[in-house]
Design a protein around this ligand. Sequence first.
Ligand code: SF4
Length: 616
Amino acid sequence: MSRQFAICPFCGCGCGMHLEVFDGRLIAALPSQVHPAGAGRLCLRGWQAGTLVQSSRRLLVPQAAGKQASWEDALRAAAEGIRALAAEGPQALGVLGSGYLTNEEASATRLYATQALRTPNLDNFAWALDGGSIWGLEQTLCIPYRSPVLPEIASADVILCLSSSLCADNPQAAGYIMAAAEAGATVIVADEVDQGLRELSTLWVQHKPGARAALLQVLWSALGAPGELSAKQRDTLQQAGVDAGAFAEMCAALRKAKRLALVFSTTTVQTPAEAAHIAEIVMLLNASGQQEAAVFALRAQCNSVGVNDMGLVPGEGRARERGLSLYEMLAEPTPLRALVVIGEGLEKFVGEQGLQALRERLDFLLYLGGYQTATSELADVALPMTTWGETEGTFTCHDGSIWPLHQVVPPTGESRYLPEILRDLSVAQGGPPLPADLPSLRAEISRQVFGYRLVNWEQVAAGQRAVASAVPSEDSAEVQIPADELPVPIEAGPERPYTLLVRRDTGSWACDPRARGAEIVERELAGHRAPFLVINPQTCRNLETREGRSLTISTAFGSQTLPVRCSPGVPPEVVMLPWQFRDVARALAGPLHLDAASRAGYHLPVAAALENPSQS
Ligand code: SF4
């Protein structure tokens, strides 16, 4: 029996764990007592991580034209497909990489895009989720953002949490909030719906969907100029649907805070304007010299920080002004002819119908990944790569600390290490032999990536602490974020009196093919596969229906009839659609709003009508 350290690959929390191996098989994942994120705890998914490598969803052999192929034939088919379209110019090609890739895999992906394909169209899936808020923070703070370690939340005397969904998004952060509450901290939860954290709060501040930026703007201005609110501030709060008494209590608590933790998940706080106001509040409180305030932006994927540091972003290097972002590459009509997707299925972002439509627009789709996905099934060529537990590498956590991931079992099936696949692909296309072994890739990272120059990789592999300083972005401080963004106007009228809100819920795990291979998680998620709406129980009664029955929802974009679930955390005038149902989200809420500056995308709330079809 042997044990090796690893970071849980499932969510952005990045808990430390030990992988237990017996007789050449990975038999268990156990929590690490020393790693700060989990401090001896794992959530349901983390305990299941040991099943990842044996998942029934693994992609085991190369596929070309929908059939099993030898590595030689599959690489030749991939190289020919890409070479034919490369003649159209580098702008016709795009590369997307997952936020689950290790630093070394992400570095190899950047080298493949920039040196073999010579395309600036390069982005990562993590930025698509985190980008808006992280970009807003960085622009306002004027420094690259690194989060404090999660246990510091527990030492705050006041916590302002802007994501009531933390129990699902980042269970460890929710645990530290609970610890702070038990120690007597004031916990303020401010959100548009309650997804569970309200129960822990000392003060609950509700606002309308889309009105978070407005609430934060008034909060910042009120903290900066104590006294009566102006008529404009009161008017903005009213538009944002915020109770004046709760707002005054929140201001008073923040003014009294000695150590304030401002916590949010990047999957709920998504816009640069929201994050800019958060940064302004923190800077304002810190400027007094009497208070300490810190932002805990909880990212969506386990190596969100690392893949961005490695330059898996549009443009060559970190310049975002050239090259297409993920949402621009997936847009309709796509400007691309060929797309290389690495480590994750595109369906997570466009839905399965959206993927079909994208596939028809693309001349060539190459997928490299460890799991079968809708993308691997539609790809011209799908190449199996080794995954977590089968590769050596590193992740960079939110605070910049670098942690090792060890290979504990041999590759499953015919899967191969991603950098080796990319090297062979580059050579087959007539490109350079890219670095493909760990020492060369790490030397490349140390040479190219500011902040990693002094990293001693041997010491990291041996479990010694190393921290990468933040990597500056070339576009810093070039763009102004509107400081006075008002609530998104929802024209709730007699025809469409509800607001449709597309938002992540616990079931968004259901769209992760890795979780589908884990028995217990699979069972837990069984009820989250088919689309449904979440409404207030009172809405259910008003429409004379009950849970499990269907309602017809109509917006300016379309109409669908879907079963409903009830949650008292959803206000009576709001209808929530879980984020993972991308096709339904597009049909009802329209195309994603693409933020031109951060290049991230999100759904804006829209006005909706609900009808009970059995009454019409
Ligand atoms: S909280 Fe996230 S990182 Fe931690 S064990 Fe659970 S899934 Fe893994």
